[in-house]
Design a protein around this ligand. Structure first.
Ligand code: HEC
Length: 147
């Protein structure tokens, strides 16, 4: 009798410990800043000089699906592929995640486009593939997935 109660208690205790890990791990990890602590304050102060107009978002989309090939990993729906051959480490970000969208400042996204995300498949694109101005248009398009 006592032993049974102990077992049930132990089992429930274990479940309580494991449940939050299982349900929260992936989501909270993507919210961790990608910009190093010594640069994040500056990066967060960078403001997109281009307004979020239909034309500018279209320009960003053309780059996203065209010469900047973001679409190959992030997908036409912005949700990101999880089955890319040879992809190691973290998965491409799901841009439709509203919590992620509100956590990140535009400047942090520009920083990523200039520096990449170390240890992941997300490479740097500025200035080798796109100009900084084009990167800002890409960011307008990335933001449009959160609306
Ligand atoms: C080869 C695959 C690949 C391509 C191509 C790619 N990405 Fe990514 N991207 C990733 C991965 C993987 C991550 C997740 C990195 C991480 O978790 O730190 C990511 C993350 C991001 C993030 C989120 C960073 C953050 O702060 O959370 C942004 C924004 C982004 N990519 C934009 C782009 C844009 C714009 C392009 C095209 C210029 C692009 N990506 C092309 C794989 C790719």
């Amino acid at each position: 009798m006592f032993e049974n109660k102990m077992r049930t208690g132990l089992f429930c205790g274990l479940l309580l410990c494991l449940l939050p890990v299982a349900s929260a791990a992936t989501d909270s990890e993507i919210l961790n800043p990608r910009v190093p602590p010594d640069q994040i304050e500056e990066a967060r102060s960078w403001v997109n000089p281009f307004p979020s107009t239909k034309e500018n978002i279209e320009k960003g989309k053309a780059l996203f699906t065209g010469k900047a090939f973001c679409v190959t990993c992030h997908g036409i729906d912005g949700r990101g592929f999880s089955d890319i051959p040879g992809l190691v480490g973290k998965l491409p970000r799901n841009f439709t995640d509203k919590v992620w969208q509100t956590t990140r400042k535009d400047g942090e996204l520009l920083w990523i486009l200039k520096n990449g995300s170390e240890g992941t498949a997300m490479a740097k694109f500025v200035p080798s593939v796109v100009t900084e101005e084009e990167a800002w248009h890409l960011i307008l398009y990335v933001r449009s997935f959160g609306k």
